[in-house]
Ligand binder design. Structure first.
Ligand SMILES: C[S@@+](CC[C@H](N)C(=O)[O-])C[C@H]1O[C@@H](n2cnc3c(N)ncnc32)[C@H](O)[C@@H]1O
Length: 464
């Protein structure tokens, strides 16, 4: 059946629900349209932007009738800023939509008609929850400004004066850096023209310790007056570390080697009663409070008695493994980033956790070697990036045949696909799963899932 819409066509559409990724779902003669900025219940006028065989994409031009769950977005930059998508959707409805997306993925992709889902855990704070923000510099008539990308634009920046996702401290530090840059008469980097100097600012906060780390990223290694920057920032007693990094490449990354220009090498954060060191680029979940909830849920699902060999795959700086080590015989962490592994080792020492070991490596390539060292795992915790158990990781994990897998997922579609494979290849079943909202106003949702094996994996592999 040909699509009943054409590109650029304008239509009135009633939005039925929210799809994974955050677009509204509408139907025209049964044909699905994903509508940007359409919320459940809205009647919108929308313009079709892309037509495919199975569906089309459209953009809301005007909300003709607001759905019952629309609320006033508190941020003046909402809509223009690429940061938050759903400040205008009542928070309970955001949570319902995320829970429905997890269920839908498990039904549709994993083929489980009634997934054993527990109710979503909502975020404790829906604003001011982030412990890290990365800003970009742009040029304005008043001088350099800091802000975020405009919604849907890689090449346009929106200067901001207050972001509701960070703290008062985070906002004040950003404002102080803008003031410094203007007084220094430094030029913002222009991403299109590939010239200029100031590129990014990263502000990290230890939310449970009150310590802050600031990293400035510039385009070349032409020095600036670091004393003046340090004076501007050390008026905040919370600031403990100031770093400077140079990115001369075209890519907009802040993940580049950084030089400490003032203070401590790392700041501290406390999670689940443990103390973690945070350097500029080491991975840490960006919502501290909800990371604690996520990890304690992973611990509950792991069901440790003190006698288990536990693997923590994709372990980052070791946070999950370290929180589990108190209830396990031994924990073995694998992580691809050497910087994160170094932090994990340091974190183990700092917290006097002696029954844990960390190794740098690609999960898919090192599982067999890990098994030789640790012996058969009783519980495997996996916390992969959005792509899920990519490469050989899934097959190797299935071969291992651990009795229990705790899957911490930031992408329900790869969780569902990986589960299906683990079911087919090694007889795992989904025992329980619970979504957790760590990022209010964004389309992201985390899920913790418990997988158990129904029959010994070797028998299953032999019979297939
Ligand atoms: C979602 S993070 C989880 C980190 C950690 N569990 C936490 O909660 O802080 C995923 C981690 O997987 C690592 N990673 C990505 N691909 C990997 C691979 N193929 N093998 C090992 N680690 C990988 C990333 O560097 C990142 O630290």
């Amino acid at each position: 059946m040909p699509a009943p819409v054409t590109k650029e066509q304008e239509l009135e559409l009633r939005i039925e629900s929210l799809a994974f990724g955050g677009n509204g779902v509408a139907r025209l003669e049964g044909f699905v349209l994903f509508v940007r900025r359409g919320l459940p219940g809205d009647l919108v006028r929308a313009r079709v932007t892309k037509v495919k065989r199975s569906h089309a994409e459209a953009e809301t031009i005007e909300v003709l009738e607001a759905g019952p769950s629309r609320v006033e977005a508190p941020c003046p930059y909402f809509g223009a800023c690429g940061g938050c998508r759903f400040q205008d959707l009542a928070y309970e409805v955001q949570c319902e939509a995320k829970a429905a997306q997890v269920k839908d993925a498990l039904v549709r992709i994993a083929g489980i008609s009634e997934p054993p889902l527990e109710p979503i855990i909502p975020a404790e704070e829906i604003y001011g929850y982030r412990n890290k923000l990365e800003y970009s510099f742009s040029a304005t008539p008043e001088g350099p400004a800091l802000g975020f990308h405009r919604a849907g634009r890689w090449d346009e920046l929106l200067p901001i004066e207050r972001c509701l996702l960070t703290t008062e401290l985070g906002n004040s530090i950003r404002a102080a850096v803008v003031e410094w840059a203007r007084e220094e008469v430094l030029e913002a980097y222009d991403q299109k023209e590939k010239r200029g100097y100031l590129r990014h600012l990263v502000v990290r906060e230890g939310r449970n310790t009150g310590q802050a780390l600031v990293m400035l990223v510039t385009a070349s290694d032409t020095p600036f007056d670091s004393d003046f920057l340090v004076r501007s920032l050390t008026k905040f007693p919370e600031v403990r570390s100031i770093y400077w990094a140079v990115n001369d490449g075209v890519g907009e990354t802040t993940n580049v080697p950084a030089k400490l220009i003032w203070g401590e090498e790392a700041i501290e954060e406390e999670l689940c009663g443990l103390n973690f060191r945070l350097r500029p680029n080491a991975f840490l979940q960006t919502n501290t409070l909800m990371a604690e909830k996520l990890y304690s849920l992973a611990g509950e699902y792991a069901g440790l008695t003190g006698d288990e060999t536990v693997w923590d795959l994709y372990c980052g700086t070791g946070t999950i493994g370290l929180t589990l080590a108190r209830q396990a015989r031994s924990v073995w962490g694998i992580e691809i980033s050497e910087e994160s592994v170094a932090c994990a080792l340091e974190n183990a020492e700092r917290n006097s956790v002696g029954n844990i070991a960390f190794f740098a490596g690609n999960v898919g390539q090192v599982i067999r070697e890990l098994k030789e060292r640790s012996g058969e795992p009783d519980v495997v915790v996996v916390d992969p990036p959005r792509a899920g158990l990519a490469g050989k990781a899934l097959r190797r994990l299935a071969e291992t045949g651990a009795p229990r897998i705790v899957y911490v997922s930031c992408n329900p579609t790869t969780l569902a696909g990986d589960f299906k494979q683990l079911q087919t290849q090694a007889g795992y079943r989904l025992v329980r799963a619970q979504p957790v909202d760590m990022f209010p106003h964004t389309p992201h949702v985390e899920t913790v899932a418990l997988l158990e094996r129904e029959m010994p994996v070797r028998a299953k592999l032999r019979s297939s």
